[in-house]
Every structure is written in structure tokens, then in C-alpha cells.
Design a protein around this ligand. Structure first.
Ligand SMILES: *[C@@H]1O[C@H](CO)[C@@H](O)[C@H](O)[C@H]1NC(C)=O
Ligand SMILES: *[C@@H]1O[C@H](CO)[C@@H](O)[C@H](O)[C@H]1NC(C)=O
Ligand SMILES: *[C@@H]1O[C@H](CO)[C@@H](O)[C@H](O)[C@H]1NC(C)=O
Ligand SMILES: *[C@@H]1O[C@H](CO)[C@@H](O)[C@H](O)[C@H]1NC(C)=O
Ligand SMILES: *[C@@H]1O[C@H](CO)[C@@H](O)[C@H](O)[C@H]1NC(C)=O
Length: 510
């Protein structure tokens, strides 16, 4: 009867409870979303900001190449070494497993010898540029937590751009430019990540650090320096993550800078090893990548501490009554408080900013629920039809009233099934009517018109004709007291009383 209502209110109220408790010993990892604590009222949940652990994100990506047929081996080709045009023992044949170099080999487990790698066709069409786009897509927003590292098995490219997308590949912005000569290639002054300051952290730079053609045997990697950028706030060994988290919390641009859904590596010019391209032996020029490292975590807006890969799709396991792949909205019926991202502050537990149950909406729904309230005199039961379909009908005994919801509202979500509420709640819910033939009968032979007013016989007055129409002062005192047994006070008074009762009830439960 009344229990579903109380239970639901209770559920929402408990989440409002705030209490003192002990901080976890380890801090700053934000790996716990909630914990049980003892309060004066007993066991309760304490909610905290939380995020999944950083992990190797290359396990979850989809790679696409543009042009699609740029991978070597179809038809088979023989390549010569860049540094020695007479050393031509690198064979690529897509139809032979040992000689094929498909894109997946950029993400497989290295540590074997010789290393496996993806390789492009050679620069056969020189001087037409050899352009390749390698796009990595997660179909999920992720936050980078460590340097992006590309390992090249040939020379590192003389020109390339790393780009990012935050909208699943619809729009792209550069992350960093790489060239042997930044001015020449991109008309940008060469810079290094180490030169960045807190103020210029978001600047997009061109760096010559990873393209120098002559030392490529020693260093095969091209980096996008996440940690150097973090260090501007967290200190050289990232010992002060609190400062970084604080900064990420307050600066959306900074947070977005490290957030991506896709990465694109635009290879614009392969290593040539010299100023002149040897047009007689273009088999020396190609791209080959043995490894790509991308460390990060699912972006869950600090509302989840785990992220699952299911049916080829990453998704946060949302807590705090949030939902969506990124926990970026409140669960249905939990809009009692506007959704907001969790906060790293105050360190170390942060603030969960949980979504709360809609108490106000819940009451609204009850209020409108009985707008097609009907009584059938014959069965001495009250019938309630839902507004739109009129299909759900609940019969309730006198003294109770049906609790129904407009169609479209899912009862399951509300932890409530169609049921009968005890009066006096009923009178609130049927507040729109003044009289009827069941609970709110017109008295003394009055007749109810359209549930809006009683037509009273001569000599009676009042909303339900409950009072004798007095001709002069003092004349009908006796009759008035005789009417005192009238079981329902005028609706207005009921309404006033019950509308007070409900908020009180809520306050009381909280
Ligand atoms: C790739 O395909 C396009 C058109 O389908 C063709 O013009 C081009 O020559 C092909 N490139 C290679 C390297 O096979
Ligand atoms: C690569 O991406 C760029 C835009 O970022 C586009 O202009 C170009 O056509 C794409 N394809 C190749 C092969 O460069
Ligand atoms: C990306 O994820 C959405 C669901 O969030 C799915 O509908 C869509 O098909 C996915 N796209 C790709 C390319 O996997
Ligand atoms: C050039 O490439 C071919 C194979 O395409 C190879 O036989 C030759 O030795 C290479 N070197 C020179 C200097 O021509
Ligand atoms: C979310 O809603 C459920 C069901 O009402 C409740 O048990 C839980 O305490 C709520 N709060 C959070 C943060 O999960």
C-alpha cells in the first residue's frame, strides 16, 4: 500500500546522507567509487570520485589505412636497405605469412627476433608524395596517461603529423608536427616538448627531435610527450599528482587536451637518409612500423572504476546512478540533481557528484496519475485509468485510491507496481475534483455536477452542502453541531493539510 512510496523515498534520501568517515590509506588513485560506512543511522554508502586504471589501449582499437592498399606485398616487392642500396634482402609478399607485413603487426607482442612490423609499399611513384594515414579508433573517449610511442623499423619519417579527434573522427586537430626541417615542411619554428611551460602547454608544436635522418639506427622511436606535459604541473617525477589533478579539475581545455576518441598518424615523407632521393632505386624508401604504444584509460567522468570491452566495444561500468558509455548522463529517473562530472577535489577522495532520485518528479507523477479517476457506484470500488491508453485499470476498495502512472512512465524504474494508496493520500491525488458519488458525496440531498460543485437543496450550503444555510445569526447553531460527524472536511482543507504532510514526510525520512 503505502510501503512502495515510503521505500522509494527512503532510497533516495539515504543517498543524501553525508557523514564523516576515514580516508583510504592510499590516495590519489581514485580506484574506489563507493564504500560502506557507519553513520549514526547505521550502514550507509559513501561515494567518491573514481576512474579506471590506466592500461595498454592498443588492445581495443580499430586500425584503418588510407589508401587502403598501401600495405606492401600485393604484388610482392623486394626492398633495399636505406643505408646500403646493394643490400636488398627485405622481401614482402602478402600471400606468404612469414613475408607479409599487415597492419596488425604494429600492435602485436614484440620481444621476438626479428621484430614483426607493418610495412608500406615503396616510393615507386616518386616524386609524387608517398602519403599514408594510419587511423586508430576506439569508438570511446579515452584519456591518455603516458607518452604515445611509435617505433619505426626503417628510418623515421622526415615529415609526419600526429592528429587527434574528440568526436569519433568527424573533426581532427593536430597534436604535434614532426619534421627534419620544421620551417621548410610546415613553416613552424622548431620546438621541443621540454621548452613548453604551464602557459604554453596547449600549444601545438613542430619538433625535429625524432626525425633526424642520421641517428636513426640508434633511436627508432617517435614520441608524443604526455609525461613532459604532466610534469609541468606534477613536477619532474610526477610526485605531485595532486597538483595535476587539481589543474585538470578546473581547466576543461587541459582535460580535453589529453582526451581522444581517435588518433591519426599522417606519414608525409619517408626517411631518405640523404638530401637527395636516389631515383634509380626507390625500393629504399618506405615506411615500416613495428610498434605503437598508447597508454590511457576510459574516460568515465569520474563515475566508474572499471571499463569493459564487450562485443568489440569499450564502455564504462557506471556507478553513482549514471549511465552511458562515458557515464555522461543520469540514469532514468535519477535527474533529481543535474548530472555533473565527478571532481578530483578535495584530494584524496574527490567528489562523486552522484545522480539522485527525483523526489519532486515522483510526487508530480502521483498527482497527475489519477486524472481519469472514476468511481463505479455498483462495485463500490474506485477505478483509475491511465491518461493515454486507458488500458490499465486498478480497482481499489473504498478508503484507498489507485496509484497509477501516465503511460510512458516505466513502473519498474520506480520500484512500484500499480497499487492502492491509503487515504488520506487519495484526496491529494484527486484534488481536482470537488465532489463525486463515493468519497466526496454531496450532503443533504445535494447533487454533484461534473465533479466540480454540489448543487445544494434550499436551506443548505457549503462545498458539499454540509451546512445549513443560516437566515440570521445564532439561528442554526444546533444544526451546525449536528453536522460535526461529517466524515470528510471540505476538500480545500484536506488539500492544504495533505500537501503539507507530503513534504513533511520527505523531510522526516531524510
Ligand atoms: C591502390 O588502388 C588504387 C585504386 O584502387 C590504384 O590506383 C593504386 O595504384 C593502388 N596502389 C597500389 C600501391 O597498389
Ligand atoms: C589523410 O588525411 C588527410 C586529412 O587529415 C586527408 O587530406 C588525406 O586525403 C588523407 N589521405 C591520405 C592518403 O593522405
Ligand atoms: C560505436 O559504438 C556505438 C555504440 O556506442 C555503435 O552503435 C557503433 O556501431 C560503433 N561504431 C563502430 C564503428 O564500431
Ligand atoms: C636497386 O634495386 C634493385 C631491386 O629493385 C636491386 O637489384 C639493386 O641492387 C638496387 N641497387 C642499385 C644500386 O641499383
Ligand atoms: C542509485 O540508485 C539505487 C536504487 O535506487 C540505490 O540503491 C543507490 O544507493 C543509488 N545511489 C548510487 C550512488 O548508486
Amino acid at each position: 500500500m503505502l510501503w512502495p512510496l515510503l521505500f522509494t523515498l527512503q532510497a533516495s534520501c539515504s543517498s543524501v546522507a553525508r557523514a564523516m568517515q576515514h580516508y583510504p590509506a592510499a590516495w590519489g588513485h581514485y580506484d574506489v567509487c563507493k564504500s560502506q560506512i557507519y553513520t549514526e543511522e547505521g550502514l550507509a554508502w559513501d561515494y567518491m570520485a573514481c576512474q579506471p586504471e590506466a592500461t595498454d589501449m592498443t588492445k581495443y582499437l580499430r586500425v584503418t589505412l588510407d589508401p587502403p592498399n598501401i600495405t606492401c606485398g600485393d604484388p610482392p616487392e623486394t626492398y633495399c636497405a636505406l643505408e646500403n642500396p646493394y643490400m636488398c634482402n627485405n622481401e614482402c609478399d602478402a600471400t606468404t605469412e612469414e613475408l607479409a607485413h599487415p597492419p596488425e603487426l604494429m600492435f602485436d607482442f614484440e620481444g621476438r627476433n626479428p621484430t614483426t612490423f607493418w610495412q608500406s609499399t615503396s616510393w615507386k611513384k616518386y616524386p609524387k608524395p608517398l602519403h599514408v594515414n594510419i587511423t586508430l579508433s576506439w569508438n570511446k573517449t579515452i584519456e591518455l596517461t603516458d607518452d604515445i610511442i611509435l617505433t619505426f623499423e626503417s628510418g623515421r619519417p622526415e615529415q609526419m603529423v600526429l592528429e587527434k579527434s574528440l568526436d569519433y573522427g568527424r573533426t581532427w586537430t593536430p597534436y604535434q608536427f614532426y619534421a627534419t626541417d620544421c620551417l621548410d615542411a610546415f613553416t613552424m619554428e622548431p620546438k621541443t616538448a621540454k621548452e613548453l611551460t604551464q602557459r604554453t602547454l596547449l600549444d601545438i608544436i613542430c619538433t625535429e627531435d625524432y626525425s633526424r635522418g642520421y641517428v636513426w639506427k640508434n633511436d627508432k622511436t617517435v614520441r608524443f610527450e604526455i609525461k613532459d606535459r604532466f610534469a609541468l604541473f606534477a613536477g619532474p617525477r610526477l610526485h605531485n599528482m595532486a597538483s595535476l589533478y587539481g589543474q585538470l579539475d578546473t581547466t576543461k581545455n587541459l582535460r580535453d587536451f589529453f582526451t581522444i576518441t581517435d588518433l591519426r598518424i599522417r606519414l608525409l615523407k619517408p626517411a631518405t637518409g640523404a638530401t637527395m632521393v636516389d631515383e634509380n632505386n626507390l625500393s629504399r624508401y618506405f615506411y615500416a612500423i613495428s610498434d605503437i604504444k598508447v597508454q590511457g584509460r576510459c574516460k568515465c567522468n569520474l563515475h566508474a572504476n572499471s571499463c569493459v570491452f564487450d562485443k568489440g566495444k569499450l564502455g564504462c561500468e557506471c556507478e553513482h546512478n549514471t549511465t552511458g558509455a562515458d557515464c555522461s548522463r543520469c540514469k532514468k529517473h535519477y535527474h533529481g540533481r543535474a548530472w555533473s562530472v565527478g571532481s578530483y577535489l578535495p584530494i584524496p577522495k574527490g567528489t562523486a557528484n552522484i545522480c539522485e532520485y527525483i523526489v519532486a518528479l515522483f510526487i508530480m507523477q502521483i498527482l497527475i496519475s489519477c486524472k481519469d479517476f472514476q468511481h463505479t457506484a455498483a462495485s463500490s470500488k474506485q477505478m483509475c485509468r491511465t491518461g493515454n491508453t486507458g488500458q490499465d485499470v486498478v480497482a481499489c476498495a473504498l478508503g484507498t485510491c489507485p496509484l497509477m502512472f501516465p503511460s510512458g512512465v516505466s513502473l519498474g524504474d520506480l520500484l512500484i507496481t500499480p497499487s492502492c494508496l491509503l487515504c488520506p493520500f487519495c484526496l491529494v491525488f484527486s484534488a481536482a475534483r470537488v465532489c463525486d458519488n463515493a468519497m466526496l458525496r454531496c450532503q443533504n440531498g445535494g447533487t454533484c455536477h461534473h465533479h466540480q460543485r454540489c448543487h445544494c437543496p434550499p436551506g443548505f450550503t457549503g462545498i458539499l452542502c454540509e451546512r445549513v444555510h443560516c437566515q440570521g445569526s445564532g439561528e442554526c447553531d444546533d444544526q451546525l453541531s449536528g453536522q460535526a460527524s461529517f466524515s470528510h472536511p471540505p476538500v480545500g482543507r484536506w488539500l492544504a493539510r495533505n500537501l503539507v504532510v507530503i513534504p513533511l514526510l520527505i523531510v522526516f525520512l531524510c
